[in-house]
Ligand binder design. Structure first.
Ligand SMILES: Cc1cc2nc3c(=O)[nH]c(=O)nc-3n(C[C@H](O)[C@H](O)[C@H](O)COP(=O)(O)OP(=O)(O)OC[C@H]3O[C@@H](n4cnc5c(N)ncnc54)[C@H](O)[C@@H]3O)c2cc1C
Length: 610
């Protein structure tokens, strides 16, 4: 069937209009007044991405103007939290610029809470400041929309394009309009991928009436990784998937409760299990147990061990800290700004947080690059402070020429959060403009044969369904195709059971990983027979493909790293200890799509800050 095709030419193409993408649009316009800057987004940037629903805190702010913290302090914090393994150049680069980003947010209308005595931003914790953030995303998106030459909403990007004459150089991207089915070809000199992290790689705890509920946004569908992996970019830390301790069933965040309201957690018998388990944790990970605050994964570990020992449920004692009307308001607003579902769970379960404790639990794993975790692309570092082997061109450029990243896309730099992701987008935007000025007018050369091949492949699930429906056995079930939801459930189940999901208490080993990989490869074969009933299902089909490729990277990295570096995120039962002698390194991978082959290697970790 002939399809409408739109070809869009631009200088800078930004894929994903979330926090990284909005930062990239804003800053590339600042340096490139004359350039055609295009944002392409699968939803609508006004309410898209992980901040769609709003937030109650900005989690990365130094407060340098009040001498609260310096960038070096943040590097020490991120390094400690990630058990020694971060790209210190990238973390430092974000930390030194993030305050100016937050000041811009305030200028654009974001209400930031102030300390009544000092007038400084009200701190939730050392790095976090409190906001009235229900409208955080629309405020930031407005600035990006004004900066961009054009925002294309409702277009799902499925593939990156590489240059016909220079196969290591990016030439644009393709995708389809999720409402009218137009095939879109974006030809671009520089591309910035800011397509967010990945939920629904692992089976979520939520089932039945709560199906689909996850902590990280369910629409964060791994495109940041899927697009890059397929194009052959080098990835790092894909084994560093994160598990979060959150309020049970609603996934309500715990930061404001622990840090600002000073609530505490105990096991079912009222014991403070973290303190009680300290010696045991020290025996497991040595000096890393002494880091203050205790690394996120180790706090999870204490909770998991407590549950395994049969001393659950774990309780957060909210009733002990809501002793003033102001604190009660902060507690409720925390959820109403950010996770309304948690307030609904409380209401539906007759829980008044002022009266009784609430259950906490560890989540299913997620793949991300901006939280207390740092999966993502291997990127060139800042010119003034990255060691020689960590820079090969332009700041935040991946190993593909002209292809940049920001936010969850870039690996090795944890604890960016919303403000840091926007800041990284700004850094990538500035670099992309410099890169294309140096290109000196050379435009992208797109391979027409490849475009024809992609146009066919992208819409194939519609055709599979059209033909396969002739043999419906019930409802929309047919032996001739696989529906995206069924593929997703197969992925989640196998990742959960073989690659350390919650049902095995995050435990895996080499034989489990090998079997998981075998099943994953079979799933990949079956994806050629995905059937999509309509454009909505076609989007689900491509989200699934990005998730499956990302999952394969997770399996391969987890198998390669023969140690347990982050107990509480996952455990290699066959290598249960942290091994700094052999594994104080990054694990990197590169996928060769033509040969369908993966290469894994170790890359050195340099410490730049004492
Ligand atoms: C529940 C929750 C609580 C959080 N709490 C805080 C907090 O308190 N404070 C804080 O500072 N941060 C918080 N964060 C973290 C913050 O939201 C992220 O760090 C940040 O949004 C990452 O930015 P990003 O640009 O990488 O991804 P996102 O902001 O998620 O943006 C990705 C964008 O790409 C689009 N996209 C994805 N795939 C495609 C595709 N194939 N084609 C086109 N477009 C695509 C998406 O629709 C989205 O708009 C929280 C996140 C969540 C989910």
């Amino acid at each position: 069937m002939a399809r409408r095709t739109e070809v869009v030419d631009c200088d800078v193409l930004i894929i994903g209009g979330g926090f990284g993408g909005c930062g990239a649009a804003y800053e590339s316009r600042f340096w490139g007044r004359d350039l055609r800057i295009v944002v392409v987004e699968k939803a609508n940037i006004e309410r898209s991405g992980a901040v769609a629903h709003g937030l109650s805190a900005i989690n990365c702010y130094m407060g340098m103007r009040w001498n609260e913290n310096q960038p070096e302090d943040h590097v020490r914090y991120a390094r400690g939290d990630l058990m020694g393994l971060v790209r210190e150049d990238l973390v430092y680069d974000i930390a030194r610029h993030v305050d100016s980003t937050v000041h811009k947010f305030e200028e654009w209308g974001l209400p930031i809470m102030k300390h009544p005595d000092t007038g400084h931003y009200l701190r939730e914790g050392r790095w976090q400041i409190m906001i009235h953030g229900e409208s955080y995303k629309p405020i930031v998106a407005e600035a990006a929309a004004k900066a961009a030459s054009k925002v294309y909403n409702r277009i799902m990007v499925t593939h990156l394009l590489l240059d016909r004459h220079h196969p290591d150089r990016v030439a644009g991207a393709v995708g389809f309009h999720v409402r009218d089915g137009t095939f879109y070809v974006f030809r671009a000199k520089a591309v910035i991928v800011a397509a967010g992290g990945a939920s629904h790689i692992y089976r979520p705890r939520a089932i039945g009436e709560g199906t689909g509920r996850t902590w990280y946004a369910p629409w964060s569908s791994a495109s940041a990784y899927g697009l890059l992996i397929e194009a052959g970019a080098k990835m790092i830390q894909m084994e560093n998937r994160i598990v979060l301790a959150r309020f049970k069933d609603g996934y309500g965040p715990v930061g404001a409760w622990f840090l600002l309201l000073k609530a505490y957690a105990t096991n079912a018998y009222g014991e403070r299990y973290e303190e009680a388990r300290f010696d045991e944790i020290k025996a497991l990970v040595g000096k890393y147990a002494d880091i203050k605050p205790m690394p996120t994964c180790l706090r999870n570990h204490a909770m998991i061990e407590e549950m395994k020992a049969g001393r659950g449920p774990i309780f957060m004692h909210t009733q002990e800290c809501l002793d003033t009307p102001e604190k009660e308001e902060i507690g409720w607003e925390d959820f109403l700004d950010m996770t309304v579902g948690q307030a609904v769970v409380w209401a539906s379960q007759n829980i008044d947080p002022k009266e009784r404790a609430s259950e906490l639990i560890t989540s299913e794993p997620y793949v991300m690059g901006s939280h207390a975790t740092c999966s993502g692309a291997w990127a060139s570092g800042p010119e003034d402070c990255a060691p020689r082997d960590w820079q090969w061109g332009y700041n935040r450029m991946t190993t593909i020429e002209g292809l940049f990243g920001a936010g969850d896309t870039i690996g090795g730099s944890a604890h960016k959060f919303s403000s840091g992701s926007f800041t990284e987008g700004r850094i990538a935007g500035k670099s992309a403009v410099r890169y294309l000025r140096d290109l000196n007018g050379a435009g992208p050369a797109v391979d027409e044969a490849r475009l024809r091949q992609l146009a066919e492949a992208i819409f194939k699930p519609l055709e599979e369904y059209r033909v396969g429906r002739n043999e419906f056995v019930a409802g929309t079930v047919s032996p001739n195709y696989l529906l995206p939801l069924h593929g997703l459930q197969r992925l989640e189940k196998l990742m959960d059971e073989y690659v350390g999901g919650y049902s095995t208490f995050y435990l895996t080993n080499e034989p489990l990983l090998d079997r998981g990989l075998e099943l994953l490869r079979m799933l990949r074969e079956d994806l050629d027979h995905l059937g999509a009933e309509d454009l909505h299902q076609l989007q689900r089909a491509w989200e699934l493909r990005h998730r499956v490729l990302t999952a394969e990277a997770v399996v391969r990295h987890t198998r390669f790293r023969e140690e347990t570096r982050w107990p509480g995120y996952y455990y290699r039962a066959d290598h249960p200890r942290l091994d700094d002698d052999a594994w104080h390194v990054f694990v990197a991978s590169r996928y060769d799509a033509a040969a369908d082959a993966w290469q894994l290697e170790k890359l050195p970790v340099h410490h730049l800050i004492s």
